[in-house]
Write a protein that binds this ligand. Structure first.
Ligand code: ATP
Ligand code: MG
Length: 251
């Protein structure tokens, strides 16, 4: 089933005349892990923000399960937001330093009103366990966690609305190599268990290649190549893709 359909999406940042997303079109199917790779500044995060409507597109369309996200009522968008989540690159910047971990997760229920008063605590503990932490983390502060643990909290928070589709925007780039593999394994295990759909963003083809069903290569706001792991790794068509391959971390 086609979950997300993007057509001819454009975004220019007027102030600096940067065309960050220059006519993007693609679809994501339910249960798929779609990789988006490209060098720093090519427009990956901008595309993610457009999909989640954190910023407005200049033109184009975004359909989620047939719903036109650029022409939808506020109320409908609020409901749809539950299904669409994001995991950010920097788990520290995305957590309020004064907020205890339990509260960080429960804040999501306040926004989405998806969990009853009675179930809040048990749901939070269950989420912490799902990401390999546990009840003992409820009262800790972000500064009292390792980078890997913080990213696990970021994942728990994204899961708190029981989403169908998650954008993973460089979720392991800020982590130590040894921790990267653990977090990637967790993300993939969750994806399989919950039949989640991921748009997985990275500048590293090594990371993308190890987990994605399909890969799109982005350069200066445009998709210049896309295909399966075999297509991109064994038979890249563009010099840019070959350069990305050369700089990839291949375990
Ligand atoms: N709010 C903004 N105002 C002006 N320009 C912006 C803004 N956000 C992004 N840009 C510009 O848009 C381009 C794409 O940025 P974007 O953050 O999407 O890149 P990216 O591919 O995610 O890079 P990275 O891999 O470093 O995260 C860059 O040239 C950037 O400077
Ligand atoms: Mg980015």
């Amino acid at each position: 089933m086609e979950l997300l359909k993007i057509n001819n999406l454009y975004k220019t940042f007027k102030k600096h005349r940067v065309c960050a997303v220059d006519g993007a079109s693609f679809s994501i199917f339910k249960g798929e892990v779609l990789g988006l790779v490209g060098e720093s500044g090519c427009g990956k995060s901008t595309l993610a923000k457009l999909i989640l409507r954190l910023i407005d597109a200049d033109k184009g369309s975004i359909f989620y399960k047939g719903k036109d996200l650029l022409n939808i009522s506020r109320n409908d968008m609020r409901k749809t937001r539950k299904d669409l989540q994001i995991i950010f690159q920097d788990p520290y910047a995305s957590l309020d330093p004064r907020m205890k971990i339990g509260k960080v997760i429960e804040e999501v229920y306040d926004i989405h009103k998806n969990v009853s008063e009675r179930d809040r605590k048990s749901k939070t503990i269950e989420l912490l366990e799902t990401v390999g932490l546990g009840e003992t983390y409820l009262n800790r502060l972000p500064s009292e966690l390792s980078g890997g643990e913080r990213q696990r909290v970021g994942i728990a928070r994204a899961l708190a609305t029981d989403p169908e589709f998650i954008i993973c925007d460089e979720p392991v780039s800020s982590l130590d190599i040894s921790v990267q593999a653990q977090i990637l394994n967790l993300l993939i295990e969750l994806q399989k268990r919950k039949n989640l759909t991921y748009l997985f963003i990275s500048h590293d083809l090594g990371v993308i290649g190890s987990i994605c069903d399909r890969i799109m290569v982005m350069q200066s706001g445009r998709f210049i190549e896309s295909g399966s792991y075999e297509d991109i790794f064994k038979n890249p068509q563009c010099q840019y893709t070959r350069t990305l391959l050369e700089s990839a971390f291949l375990p």
